[in-house]
Design a protein around this ligand. Structure first.
Ligand code: PGA
Length: 271
């Protein structure tokens, strides 16, 4: 059985004053949802993780400690410590009570792409961050997805396999039992147009099979979530697919009602 995960990526949004309120409202709704789900016959409990900007980690820790909600950061350094201006290490993140970290989000990749780094090199950096997270007992949510250009030229599986193979080569397939994968087609992020549930299922099944070729048990238990324009209106259809174990939610995670609906949809679809 895989417990669904709904992760809210706030990106670089919300002033400090409204961040605390948003955390409190999400927590309140999550607790209400728990009592509603307890009465639903076909519902299961889910994991909810929030990713506010790192400068609000103190607020997240204060509001969410003692609850069932998790929190984390939108990035982590590939290094332990040292002269890396602007970076945040895994142990610093851990110090704020985080248990998750987002890795390899396409919006961060774009920054490096401007430096004209090759995709293979970028995947290596993601693998180093992955290793940092795992060794500090943080659960990495590794984002993998193809650009519009790759999608249109039929390279989706090639792009996904490249990163998955590097992770497996670096840390072994079994390390994925401590991780979550997020299929995030770049063309769907922030566009309002999500992938179809059928397409998401096809890609998720490919990802699971790729891991299963090395370690069947790990693949079976591995949570693979979908991200890219998930909304209250399409979450249930996407989460109903057998290999979709929840969602990584951007824009809709800033809307308490929408985010609660999405969590509810995930709770009705345990795999
Ligand atoms: P979106 O973002 O839901 O706003 O498309 C998803 C993400 O970037 O993780």
């Amino acid at each position: 059985m895989r417990k669904p995960l709904v992760a809210g990526n706030w990106k670089m949004n919300n002033p400090i004053e409204s961040s605390r309120t948003l955390l409190q409202k999400i927590l309140y709704n999550a607790e209400m949802l728990d009592s509603i789900l307890a009465k639903e016959e076909n519902a299961c409990s889910i994991d909810i993780a929030l990713f506010p900007p790192s400068v609000y980690l103190r607020e997240a820790q204060e509001v969410l400690t003692g609850s069932d909600l998790h929190w984390g950061t939108q990035n982590v350094s590939a290094y332990d410590e040292g002269a890396y201006t602007g970076e945040i290490s895994a142990s610093m993140i851990k110090g704020f009570g985080c248990d998750y970290v987002l890795i390899g989000h396409s919006e961060r990749r774009c920054l490096y792409e401007k430096l004209e780094l090759d995709q293979y090199v970028l995947d290596q950096i993601v693998a180093e961050k992955y290793a940092q997270a795992i060794s500090h007992d943080l659960t990495p949510i590794v984002c993998i997805g193809e650009t519009k250009e790759d999608y249109e030229s039929g390279k989706t599986e090639q792009v996904i396999a490249r990163l998955l193979d590097i992770l497996i080569e670096h840390k072994g397939a079994h390390s994925l039992s401590k991780a979550v994968l997020a299929y995030e087609p770049v063309w769907a992020i922030g566009t309002g147009h999500s992938a179809s549930p059928e397409w998401a299922q096809q890609v998720h099944a490919f990802m699971r099979a790729r891991v299963a070729a090395h370690d069947k048990k790990t693949a079976q238990g591995l949570r693979i979530i979908y991200g890219g324009s998930v909304k209250a209106s399409n979450a249930a259809a996407i989460f109903s697919k057998p290999d979709v174990d929840g969602g990584l939610i951007g824009g809709a995670s800033l809307d308490v009602e929408a985010f609660t609906h999405i969590c509810f949809a995930a709770a009705l679809h345990q795999k």
